[in-house]
Write a protein that binds this ligand. Structure first.
Ligand code: SF4
Length: 95
């Protein structure tokens, strides 16, 4: 059975000085590296990540492991490499 991707809505979220408050969680806008990720949800002119409230921190430690547009791989030297995913591959994953 194909998995259906749930549509995420930030309905009921409230913008505050600290960020976007949604269900008791303060969400910060996405960062540049998130661009292209399918998890991004727009809300009142900004983009947020319902998967990770602080995208900037998520990327601070390397590659976001929830990202749908890039994938982290270790090369032989143990260095993390970021590979953009092909759109066709993304589609095959059954969004
Ligand atoms: S899942 Fe990761 S890459 Fe995608 S929007 Fe959220 S923080 Fe950014």
């Amino acid at each position: 059975m194909a998995k259906k991707k749930a549509t995420v809505s930030l309905e009921g979220a409230v913008k505050t000085d600290a960020g976007l408050t949604y269900k008791g969680v303060v969400m910060e806008p996405i960062v540049e590296k998130c661009e292209g990720c399918e998890r991004i949800v727009p809300f009142e002119g900004d983009n947020y990540c319902p998967t990770y409230a602080q995208p900037e921190r998520k990327w601070a430690g390397g590659v976001c492991n929830f990202a749908t547009h890039v994938r982290a791989e270790m090369d032989k030297a143990g260095k993390v490499k970021v590979n953009p995913l092909k759109a066709s591959k993304r589609a095959a994953r059954g969004r």
